[in-house]
Design a binder for this molecule. Structure first.
Ligand code: DC
Length: 230
């Protein structure tokens, strides 16, 4: 066992509930929660702010190297993300930042740099980290690995409901098209594409309630702990 517990690594396509489910599980078991996508988004946000050409790999890497990302304890399970002393959260989810993020996430040097940071954050355990390459690349030795899937249609419906709940306009067809396009980009990427590792537990949440997904992961967590203790 690591110092603070095990590592729970969760991968899966965008909008599959990795964050919302992961945070609830983290809260219940007293673990920290890290969304690795936020780190890619933070670099993209700073590149856009500094008007750096996001097609220029060297420049993007320099931005990452000279503006370290840090995390600060927060009242919740998810530490605050800071880049150059600026706390970032909601602004990371603007559509233009998402598009820039998807571009820079293809860059191998940047990925390697962020993967090192992610490993440092998680090495003592007691953490749930989600992303696209956490089970396959960041923590191939994670004690519990999960691939959280859902059909593109179910993910689009959830996203529409989320936006409407916030009083925002949402067009199902447009959102579905965007989700399908992102899935393709993530899965066809040359470096560390999204894929299910053989030793991941596959959960298809298309027809499952959020509580049921949470309970299933809690069960897998208990099983993993008892195996380790044996
Ligand atoms: O999970 P998210 O939507 O916040 O991810 C934002 C982008 O970063 C998305 O294009 C996928 C990419 N990403 C990645 O390539 N590797 C990760 N470990 C996490 C996210």
């Amino acid at each position: 066992m690591r110092k603070n517990g095990i590592i729970i690594a969760i991968d899966g396509p965008a909008g599959g509930g990795k964050s919302s489910v992961g945070k609830i599980v983290a809260e219940k078991i007293g673990y920290k929660f890290i969304s690795s996508g936020k780190m890619y988004r933070a670099i993209a946000w700073l590149c856009v702010k500094k008007e750096v050409n996001i097609d220029d790999e060297e420049k993007v890497l320099e931005i990452a190297r000279t503006n370290p990302i840090s995390f600060k304890e927060n009242s919740g399970v998810e530490p605050l993300l800071l880049i150059s002393n600026t706390v970032l959260d909601k602004e990371l989810y603007d559509e233009n930042i998402a598009a820039a993020t998807s571009k820079i996430a293809r860059m191998l040097n940047l990925r390697n740099f962020l993967v090192e940071e992610q490993r440092r954050l998680g090495r003592d355990g007691g953490i749930i980290m989600e992303g696209r390459d956490i089970t396959t690349n960041v923590f191939p030795d994670a004690e519990l690995k999960i691939y959280l899937d859902a059909s593109a249609q179910a993910r689009a419906e959830r996203r529409v409901a989320q936006l409407r709940e916030k009083g925002m306009e949402a067009n199902y067809r447009e959102i579905l098209d965007m989700i399908i396009k992102r899935d393709e980009q993530d899965a066809k990427r040359k470096h560390n594409p999204l894929k299910k590792s053989e030793d991941s537990h596959y959960i298809d949440s298309t027809n499952m309630k959020k509580e049921d997904v949470v309970n299933l992961i809690l069960k897998l967590y208990e099983q993993t702990l008892s195996k380790i203790k044996k």
